[in-house]
Design a protein around this ligand. Sequence first.
Ligand SMILES: [Zn+2]
Length: 260
Amino acid sequence: MRIIDVDFVSDLVDACQYFWSAGWGEYHAGNISYLLDEKELNQIQDYLECIKTVKVDFDTSGLEGKTFMITRSGAAFRTMKKRYEKDLGIIRFKENSYDILWGFDHGTGSPTSELPAHVLCHRARLADDPKNKIVMHCHPTYLNAMTMIHSLDEEEFTKTLWKMNSECPLVFPEGVSVLPWMVCGEGPIGPATARKMKNKRVVIWPFHGIFSSGASIADAIGLIEAIDKNAHIYVLVKSNIIHSMSDENVQELKDHFGLK
Ligand SMILES: [Zn+2]
């Protein structure tokens, strides 16, 4: 059996493919991490060996012994189906380091540069919901547009999204978090995102994208779908016209063509 034939691996590859088709995972955008449980570890045990150990400079307390499947730095979601052994990898945390156990092109690549945001978000979500398994990041088109035309106050942002559809308060009753704009990658944005995830499943990075989490891939994707769909409606109904014909221009047309 190939590792891609294991359900959770093929589900992850399908999720990447879906992000690309939705227009949320262009070029090297997007990253996903999945926390493996004992049953899933047993399913792929034969594939795992310590290829190398990598030191990290963020606080790994509470992560030791946890094993994640995670996308590679520079991975392309469009071609994930063909390149999953290069663009996915499995890592297990130790104190201040992790072992690469599979993938990343035999350990020559490395996990996404958003690794600290991912695993610190896992830790924050697990404290709130022990069933949490997934953290994903992508660039939803209409949500990014909404961050450019709406206040970034997270209460106001949440209320606007809730009002777009009667089902929104049911889908994300706890609301969404919004960070101020920050430099992405390794650095303060990871811990800042994790702090916001202590009591929310979604964190929005203005002018960039979203971090979503959940007990399953379907839950985490569903949240993004619901938020981007309603951001789309907001963008459609909010007038952002800065140039258009004036009343006088329309009158000129009327006069010129003799319109009634
Ligand atoms: Zn991004």
